[in-house]
Design a protein around this ligand. Structure first.
Ligand SMILES: Cc1cc2nc3c(=O)[nH]c(=O)nc-3n(C[C@H](O)[C@H](O)[C@H](O)COP(=O)(O)OP(=O)(O)OC[C@H]3O[C@@H](n4cnc5c(N)ncnc54)[C@H](O)[C@@H]3O)c2cc1C
Length: 477
């Protein structure tokens, strides 16, 4: 198991519960995972007025004709049971005044369906609870400060990972199944809401071993990241818009439906900002009771802002990568013995635009399925000898120029000219992202091409898959 965010921790716990012995490899502390910073919560059709079918309809609508229906079905049907399982494991979700789970409203959801913990401290509460359980589980051995450097393969199967420990001694973890839960790649873009480690390390490892990646062109830009000298990129959850916060321009006018899906809101803000003349956009929180969002209130205070008095300057930032290691609905990748879950995986669930709070749900729902699927993987033979791949793995850290280049050339709006420039970038994942974005000659969801402004119906339900060379479009059941 590689990665100790929400997906890695939960997958390890379920696998251990099923009787597996698990080695959990993680390179950075909990507070440097995206999971720790999750604010809004987990989407699950728990209310009497809600249903998995309605959650499915909202997810498909947000995904702009690119979601894989089977993955959406799995998520929406299994997410409520996951919330109950997390409660059994000791996670305390916020309750309403009647003692029932309090449900938040976020963009693209037709009803209130997002459970949260500690107001906007959901990720922190969940990951702390899960990591405490992992630390005391005899069946899980945690290898901290351990960086997975390369996948090991043997006889056409993944046989584990090569790892660098803090003491610099290289080690190998041999396993009958390997799960990558290494998180997303949004910190490859210069302006981001993500912690610095979210640079797609797992995708780089997988691509190096020839494992199929998909949908890399679909990158979600969160509409409301703080503009600040000290806290630039700090995310202000959409849950505040669910409670009535509004977006206004310099003249105090509203210009967008604040609860439309994220691609629409981000694009509307970008268009206001591009109007020039130093135009700015503000999130007006003056009517919001910020005691419900204590960590946002604290961050704004530290940034010298008083949300009760002043509208807060915001702009979009790279937030979530819908693409990743191509998997089926049980997390299996194109390399036998290798599974991927959480943000590093691409089951096709999110399509071209993730519905808010579907990604923590994804970590748990698909993490559980991967743990169960892994139990049926064959054991490596007694003579299994693992060999590192022949060519040395690429450095997983992007140069600063790559991050600037992705922001400028593969940002909210892209053109063929810019993407072609990016094809010459030294960082492999930047080149692969550019190749997928070039191949998709249309605008859809989070992928906006100013040279192809409309959606091409022939690409409905088609995923750009990179196996070994140019992306090819595939339909997934
Ligand atoms: C500010 C913010 C707010 C968000 N709010 C929400 C929300 O409210 N609801 C929601 O559903 N989603 C939200 N998201 C998205 C969601 O948090 C992430 O998609 C999800 O947490 C990803 O979890 P993960 O386990 O896949 O990856 P992560 O939590 O990022 O964990 C990745 C792990 O992999 C390890 N790792 C990476 N590479 C290596 C390597 N080579 N070797 C060893 N270890 C490695 C890291 O150290 C880390 O432990 C938010 C994201 C951000 C940034």
């Amino acid at each position: 198991m590689v990665g100790a965010g929400a997906a890695g921790l939960y997958t390890a716990l379920v696998a251990a519960r099923e009787g597996a012995r698990v080695a959990l490899v993680s390179r950075s502390p909990l507070a440097e995972t995206a999971s720790y910073w999750a604010q809004g919560g987990i989407a699950a059709a728990l209310a009497v007025y809600d249903s998995p079918e309605q959650h499915l309809a909202d997810t498909i609508a947000a995904g702009r004709g690119s979601c894989r229906p089977s993955a959406v079905c799995v998520l929406c049907e299994e997410s409520p049971a996951i919330v109950r399982d997390l409660e059994q494991l000791g996670v305390h979700f916020d309750a309403d005044r009647h003692g029932a789970l309090a449900l938040g409203l976020e963009g693209g959801h037709s009803v209130r369906r997002v459970v949260h913990a500690g107001g906007s401290a959901t990720g922190r509460r969940i990951t702390r609870e899960l990591s405490a359980l992992v630390a005391t589980d005899d069946r899980v051995e945690v290898l901290e400060h351990a960086n997975a450097r390369a996948l090991l393969t043997e006889g056409g199967r993944c046989a584990g990972v090569a790892v660098d420990r803090r003491d610099r001694k290289p080690a190998r973890v041999i396993a009958r199944w390997t799960v990558l839960a290494t998180g997303g790649a949004a910190a490859l873009w210069a302006r981001t809401t993500n912690p610095p480690g979210a640079v797609g390390a797992g995708l780089t490892l997988a691509a190096h071993a020839g494992v199929a990646l998909a949908d890399l062109e679909f990158v979600q830009f969160h509409p409301t990241a703080l503009v600040s000298d000290t806290h630039d990129g700090f995310l202000i959850t959409e849950a505040v818009r669910g409670e009535g916060a509004i977006l206004i321009d310099d003249s105090g006018e509203r210009f967008v439906d604040e609860l439309a899906p994220r691609d629409q809101v981000a694009l509307a803000i970008e268009q206001v900002l591009r109007a020039g003349g130093g135009a700015r956009v503000f999130l007006d929180l003056r009517r919001i009771d910020m005691t419900h969002f204590p960590n946002i209130a604290a961050a704004l205070r530290h940034a010298g802002l008083d949300p009760a008095r002043d509208p807060v300057p915001v702009a979009p930032a790279a937030h979530y990568t819908m693409g990743g290691i191509a998997t089926d609905v049980d997390g299996r990748s194109s390399l036998p013995g290798l599974l991927a879950v959480g943000e590093c995986a691409c089951s096709g669930l999110h399509g071209a635009n993730r519905l808010a709070s579907n990604s923590l749900a994804e970590c748990f729902v698909f993490g559980r399925r991967a743990a169960l699927a892994a139990a049926s993987e064959p054991k490596p033979g007694p003579d299994a000898a693992c060999a590192d791949l022949k060519t040395p793995p690429p450095d997983p850290r992007p140069p600063a120029a790559t991050r600037e280049g992705l922001w400028r050339l593969a940002g909210i709006e892209r053109t063929a000219e810019g993407l072609e420039q990016l094809l010459g970038d030294p960082f492999p994942l930047a080149r692969l992202t550019a190749a997928c974005a070039l191949a998709r000659a249309e605008s859809r969801g989070a992928h906006q091409r100013s040279d192809y402004a409309t959606t091409d119906a022939r690409l409905d339900g088609r995923h750009a898959v990179i196996r070994d060379g140019e992306p090819e479009f595939e339909s997934w059941k």
